[in-house]
Design a protein around this ligand. Structure first.
Ligand SMILES: Nc1ncnc2c1ncn2[C@@H]1O[C@H](COP(=O)(O)OP(=O)(O)OP(=O)(O)O)[C@@H](O)[C@H]1O
Length: 286
C-alpha cells in the first residue's frame, strides 16, 4: 500500500466524548487533537481513567464523539455508519490490538484461521491468504507449529504475537494498540516491545496507548500525555521524558525512576500533586 508521505495517516481534531451516566454526563475526552504521520509511532500515556481507551474507541468509531473530527488516511470517518466502517476495515487501512488478546481473537478459530480471516475479508483467495500467512509468521517470530492451535492453547505472550500478527497481515497503514503489553510478564513484555520496534522499523504507523511511560518512551517517536480527558502535552519522546513541561508529565517521569537517574524526590512529587490538584479544581466542568 503506497501512502502519501505528506498526509497524516491519522488526524484527530478537537475530539470531545461525553458518556451518559445515571447522574449526569461525564466529559471523558476534551478537545483532543493529535496526528500520526506515515510510519510514525505516537505513544499516548495517562493514568487509569484518563481517557486513553475512549480516544482509541472514538478513533475506531466504537463511540460517537460529541464534537471534533477523525480523518483516517485522508478519509473523514467522523459519523461513519457501521457499514462504512466495515468497508474501511475491509480495505485493511487500519487495524487494532486491544488490551486482552483473548478478546481480539476468536476462541474457536485456530491461529491459522484467525490470520487468514482478515485477508479473506480483504478479498484475497484462500490460497493467496494461506501463503501470505506463512510469509508473515517470521515477521512476528511465530513458530509455524503454532498455526493449528486454538488461542486457549497458547501462552499469553504467544497470544499477543498472534493478535499483533493478525493486525498486520493486511499491511495496514495504521495500527492502534491499546495497552498491548500490560497483561504480559516482564520477559514477554520485552519481547512484545521488540516486536513493536520491529513493526515501526517496517514502516507501519502506530498509535500506542499505555499507562506505562517506560514502555512508551522506548518505542515512540512522539508522546502525547492525557490527563483527565485532556491532552496536556505532546512532543518528541526525548523532550517529554527529559524536559516535561506539564506538572502531570513531570509527576509521571518522576514516578518512573528507570527513565531518569535523578528521579524526583518525594517532596517534589508531593508539590507536583498539590499543583495538579489545584489545576484540576480550576478546570472541572460546572
Ligand atoms: N461506557 C462508559 N460509560 C460511562 N463512563 C465510561 C464508559 N467508558 C469509560 N467511562 C469513563 O470514562 C473515563 C475514561 O475511561 P477510559 O476507559 O477511556 O480510561 P483509560 O485511560 O483507558 O483507563 P484504563 O487505563 O483504566 O483503561 C473514566 O472515568 C471511565 O470510568
Amino acid at each position: 500500500m503506497s501512502a502519501d508521505p505528506t498526509r497524516p495517516v491519522l488526524d484527530v481534531t478537537g475530539l470531545d466524548v461525553h458518556y451518559r451516566r445515571r447522574h449526569g454526563r461525564l466529559h471523558a475526552l476534551r478537545a483532543a487533537t493529535l496526528s500520526v504521520a506515515p510510519g510514525e509511532t505516537v505513544g499516548v500515556i495517562g493514568e487509569t481513567g484518563s481517557g486513553k481507551s475512549t480516544l482509541a474507541r472514538a478513533v475506531l468509531g466504537l463511540v460517537r464523539p460529541s464534537a471534533g473530527r477523525v480523518v483516517v488516511a485522508g478519509e473523514d470517518v467522523t459519523g461513519h455508519s457501521a457499514r462504512r466502517w466495515r468497508a474501511l476495515r475491509r480495505r485493511g487501512v487500519l487495524q487494532y490490538v486491544f488490551q486482552d488478546p483473548l478478546r481480539s481473537l476468536d476462541p474457536d478459530l485456530s491461529v491459522e484461521e484467525s490470520l487468514v480471516e482478515p485477508l479473506l475479508i480483504a478479498g484475497r483467495t484462500r490460497a493467496e491468504a494461506a501463503a501470505r500467512v506463512r510469509a508473515q509468521l517470521a515477521r512476528v517470530h511465530l513458530d509455524a507449529a503454532l498455526l493449528s492451535r486454538l488461542p486457549g492453547e497458547l501462552s499469553g505472550g504467544q497470544r499477543q504475537r498472534v493478535a499483533v500478527a493478525r493486525a498486520l497481515v493486511t499491511d495496514p497503514e495504521l495500527v492502534i494498540l491499546d495497552e498491548p503489553v500490560s497483561a504480559l510478564d516482564s520477559a514477554n513484555r520485552v519481547r512484545a516491545l521488540e516486536l513493536l520496534k520491529h513493526l515501526r522499523d517496517a514502516g507501519t504507523a502506530l498509535l500506542f496507548i499505555s499507562h506505562d511511560l517506560g514502555s512508551v518512551a522506548g518505542v515512540a517517536d512522539r508522546i502525547a500525555v492525557l490527563y483527565q480527558g485532556e491532552i496536556v502535552e505532546v512532543g518528541p519522546a526525548r523532550s517529554v521524558v527529559n524536559a516535561p513541561r506539564h506538572p502531570y508529565t513531570r509527576l509521571l517521569v518522576g514516578s518512573a525512576p528507570t527513565l531518569r537517574s535523578a528521579a524526583a524526590d518525594r517532596t517534589r512529587r508531593d508539590a507536583l500533586r498539590d499543583l495538579l490538584h489545584s489545576a484540576a479544581h480550576a478546570t472541572t466542568d460546572a
